[in-house]
Design a protein around this ligand. Sequence first.
Ligand code: SF4
Length: 350
Amino acid sequence: MQYAITKEERALEKTASNAAGLHDWQWQLRNAFRTAESLAQRGWIPQDSVTEFQALLQRYPVLITPYYAGLIDGTDPACPIRAQAIPRLEENRASEAAQADPLNDLQHRPASRITHRYRHRLLLHLTPNCSMNCRYCFRKTLLGEQRPEFFDGQVFEALEYIRTHTEINEVILSGGDPFLANEATLSSVLKMLDGLDHVHRVRFHTRVPVTLPMRVSKDFAELLSSHRKKTVTVTHFNHPKEITPEAVRAIGHLKEAGHTVLNQSVLLSGVNDGVHALCRLSEDLFSAGVLPYYLHHPDRALGTLHFDVTKERGLELYGAIRERLPGYLVPKYVFDDGANRFKRGVGEPQ
Ligand code: SF4
């Protein structure tokens, strides 16, 4: 289907070597920015720091689709899209306050590809691949240096665990990003889950509608809900600039295919730690048909401390957005310290 080209897409057409690829998700991944040299060529990192960035990217790789790169405002050094996508040398900073695995995922692995922390639901990690290497990712060490350990074993071992644990009523397909798993894998996993009476819901957590929305075609959205369970998709929009017409189209496909679509954001310094950005995000999500669900306080993960916001500042912002938004547009402000079997509200008594 043809549609009117957006401002962001027009900007992208000027820079992309093949404008036809704009609407092709595989072209987007093939042409993603993955090297320090390509970042320097675009002026996103200093030319004389390429060697230092090369070393950083060995540890924390970069991946930015041309689509998402096209949302960066080249005139604004504080652009919230740039902050989420472009690496910074501060990521190398060691700190006792930061952990490689802040939520203790590796300690909650009863089977390959499974994180089972909450009694009635668990995560099934389908693929280590993502449509962007988000600089703030709390799993950036697990997806990088500890990837072989985190992604060992086969998906069928995980499915066997789910089959024999009848207390599990919700399976959360995760990754990496489950929307980057191939259709054959998704189809067979969903078919298997469909046969388990104790599983009532299938939930996807994905940033693909944000960074690679052309992946979400009508057919793909229907494949994800081609089972008898309830389908929930939780998107990860962090800033209103990410809610482009292309992203709205992706959300539309999910909703038409019967998904309940919710959003969770992470409160990030330099991205959305302002009243206006948070209110606009909730308003624009709702206009697109998505309910704001969680606002996560950032986890103290290695390589991400420059995104940290104090809980005092977070509560101040949260109070301000509650004054401005109707209750149904206020996401729950939560944190997860890896020690509890549920997420806790920031500022709530223990
Ligand atoms: S898509 Fe999710 S898992 Fe992947 S890098 Fe971004 S935040 Fe991390």
